[in-house]
Ligand binder design. Structure first.
Ligand SMILES: Nc1ncnc2c1ncn2[C@@H]1O[C@H](COP(=O)(O)OP(=O)(O)OP(=O)(O)O)[C@@H](O)[C@H]1O
Ligand SMILES: Nc1nc(=O)c2ncn([C@H]3C[C@H](O)[C@@H](CO)O3)c2[nH]1
Length: 219
């Protein structure tokens, strides 16, 4: 989808591990004929060790994810400047969410300073679709997908991650972390939605996004 008269659109999908971000991003990308931006996962050399010892490998893991995403955002900037639409299966805010959970206080303080320096000035999403489901469901979906390094996934980790997402996407936190440029947030509980197999569910989410795009046009 090309937006010919101004900068392109940047839509990202967020939510805890296994909620269905990549699944939805891929579906929306085909519908909108956009550019798909996917997060790197297996390429992070620290991730599998991280899951065996979070404290020990957190700094390396978070830093690798962060700088990889900064590079991706630099590329996003070029694409949206040409008037194109990008759909991404993550938003950069996830770096703060995970880092806040896994780094110690001192490390997080320094990490946050670096985050602010690098993220400032890079393109922010116009719309974020925030997916959520209950912890049982997330554990089931993670097990179903069966990535080797996620086989011992700790239920408490997923539980706390869900709480952190709720905190970061609360009205007040959004103002704090995004400032003036707060994106439109579409919150969706996808426990009983099946974007992959149900045309009705796909139409429903696409309509929501089209309405949000119209709202953006009016700003
Ligand atoms: N709405 C849904 N209902 C049931 N299962 C789903 C739904 N959406 C995705 N799934 C399944 O859940 C698993 C995880 O989905 P997906 O990889 O899209 O999640 P994700 O949020 O991108 O995960 P990650 O946070 O690890 O990147 C996959 O097996 C997928 O087929
Ligand atoms: N610690 C940590 N920080 C991140 O920024 C981050 N982003 C993704 N992930 C993990 C979750 C899934 O296992 C897998 C795919 O999302 O990678 C992360 N883990």
């Amino acid at each position: 989808m090309k937006n010919t008269n101004k900068k392109g659109l940047f839509i990202s999908i967020e939510g805890p591990i296994g909620v269905g971000k990549t699944t939805l991003a891929t579906i929306l990308n085909s519908h909108f004929n956009s550019f798909l931006l996917r997060e790197i996962v297996e390429e992070n050399p620290f991730l599998s060790q991280f899951y065996t010892n979070i404290k020990e490998y957190a700094l390396q893991t978070e830093t690798f994810f962060f700088f990889n995403r900064i590079k991706q955002l630099e590329d996003v900037e070029k694409t949206i400047k040409k008037g194109n639409m990008i759909i991404s299966d993550y938003n950069i805010i996830k770096n703060l969410i995970f880092a806040g959970l896994t780094l110690n206080k001192k490390q997080f303080h320094k990490y946050k300073q670096v985050y602010d320096i690098f993220v400032n000035g890079l393109p922010q999403s116009d719309i974020i679709i925030l997916l959520n489901s209950n912890t049982d469901n997330l554990m089931k979906r993670i097990a179903l997908r069966d990535r080797s390094f996620e086989r011992q996934m700790d239920r408490n980790y997923i539980d706390t991650l869900r709480e952190e997402y709720e905190y970061y996407f609360d009205e007040r936190s959004l103002k704090h972390y995004f400032g003036e440029k707060t994106p439109i947030i579409i919150k969706v509980d996808n426990t009983d939605l099946d974007f992959l197999n149900s045309e009705k569910d796909r139409k429903w989410i696409i309509k929501k996004i089209e309405n949000a795009i119209k709202d953006l046009g009016g700003k």
